[in-house]
Design a protein around this ligand. Structure first.
Ligand SMILES: CC(C)(COP(=O)(O)OP(=O)(O)OC[C@H]1O[C@@H](n2cnc3c(N)ncnc32)[C@H](O)[C@@H]1OP(=O)(O)O)[C@@H](O)C(=O)NCCC(=O)NCCS
Length: 374
């Protein structure tokens, strides 16, 4: 007991470590010095990935080499394809679990799995970044009962992801929306999944293990799973005219409105308006059936602000945007993984480079000492 200092449920307000990768403030979200608005508007996801993993903005030549390397690493080993075929349609398997297992198996097949050197870690980061969209694409093909769509080397990261999922070449606008959403989702300092990854890496365990644990952490509806849960809730509301009654009932039942609130941001999530604007513009062009979800969502937002003063987080517009694009809901959190893999790997490398075991204390609330043979 003597070492105990202070206790905060859920570690709220506790500074649990240092990082050079990301800074979250009420008024800013910054990746390695660059503001998120600047990155969303001016950088591609490949550039943001390079920035996060390597530490600096790439030159043209560095970017070309990086993008080529990713393209060269997209294909999956046959064992992982078999795993996807054998699990993706199991009644109890959800895409996040299949993705978690596939990443774990990639570890068995990666000859550098046990090598935690900075060089090997960077190479493994690139392999994971390249292969995760392929896992998602193949998984969706299996779920849809169609032939597997191979990666297309002439398409960039975002376009190739959509292409592999659907078999069709996406439009420029669809590619741009996915590309920006990947940038917005790429990094967020000591969020739950990144912290989980750092705890695992802090024992000097390996990158694939840390990423596998991070995927499990991201799956939960209080974290990354909120983009799927938010859209399921909007679907449950069903129509603009149902929103007011739905919200009052939810408040009475003390039901959480998914896609709202944030542990750190109290004046709104910087990423949400960026994605909302892109998604709504897309839905407007697509027509009433797509726009309807934004009309429901905007009324929900208005009521949350009026009655609870709680803002939407990025998962709320993500749900509506991906839905308007026709992406199956259970793939929203896996797509989040395709983005956050960059942040996780950057943090794992940072942890390994300056490690100390992460081991907090707990406050004991159990029975007083007693005798087994009393
Ligand atoms: C993100 C989240 C887990 C943060 O949790 P937290 O920092 O522990 O905050 P709390 O859950 O303690 O919420 C504080 C208060 O706001 C309320 N609140 C927070 N988010 C809410 C939501 N989405 N809907 C309704 N009320 C909410 C809580 O009920 C609580 O009210 P109370 O003080 O009257 O009990 C929480 O806002 C949440 O569950 N949101 C929904 C899931 C989600 O969108 N997650 C993605 C996060 S990016």
């Amino acid at each position: 007991m003597s070492q105990a200092t202070e206790f905060a449920k859920g570690l709220e307000g506790i500074v649990a470590g240092e990082t050079e990768i990301c800074c979250i403030e009420q008024d800013d979200l910054i990746y390695r010095g660059y503001d998120i608005h600047d990155l969303a508007e001016n950088a591609t996801f490949e550039e943001v990935s390079y920035l996060l993993l390597v530490g600096e903005k790439p030159t043209k030549a560095q970017l070309k080499a990086f993008a080529d390397e990713l393209i060269g690493e997209r294909a999956l080993p046959p064992m992982v394809i078999d795993l996807i075929r054998n699990t993706a349609r199991l009644p109890g398997a959800v895409p996040m679990d299949v993705l978690r297992s596939a990443v774990s198996v990639l570890g068995h097949l990666d000859e550098e799995c046990q090598d935690n050197s900075p060089e090997a870690n960077l190479r493994k980061s690139k392999r994971l970044l390249a292969k995760i969209p392929t896992i998602i694409g193949h998984m969706q093909n299996v779920i849809d009962g169609r032939d597997i769509v191979a990666p297309n080397g002439s398409l960039g990261h975002a376009a190739n992801l959509l292409h592999m999922m659907t078999g069709r070449k996406p439009t420029e606008e669809e590619t741009h929306i996915i590309d920006v959403s990947l940038t917005l989702y790429a990094e967020h300092d000591y969020n739950a999944s990144t912290f989980a990854a750092r705890v695992i890496a802090g024992t000097l365990s390996d990158m694939h293990g840390a990423v596998t644990g991070a995927i499990a952490a991201l799956k939960g509806p209080l974290h990354g799973g909120a983009n799927e849960a938010a859209m399921e809730m909007i679907k449950e509301v069903g129509a603009r005219d149902n929103v007011d009654a739905f919200m009052q009932r939810a408040f009475t039942e003390k039901r959480k409105i998914m896609g709202f609130g944030h542990r750190v941001y109290k004046n709104g999530d910087h990423r949400a308006p960026i994605l909302h604007a892109l998604g709504k513009a897309y839905a407007q062009k697509k027509g009433a059936d797509a726009l309807k979800w934004f009309e429901i969502g905007e009324r929900m937002q208005a009521i949350m602000m009026e009655q609870k003063n709680i803002h939407p987080n990025v998962d709320f517009p993500c749900g509506m945007t991906y839905f308007a694009m026709g992406i199956p809901v259970p793939q929203y959190t896996p797509i989040f993984v395709a983005a956050r893999i960059t942040g996780w790997c950057a943090h794992i490398m940072e942890q390994h480079a300056n490690n100390r075991l992460i081991r907090p204390l707990s406050r004991y609330t159990g029975p007083a000492p007693r005798k087994w043979n009393a």
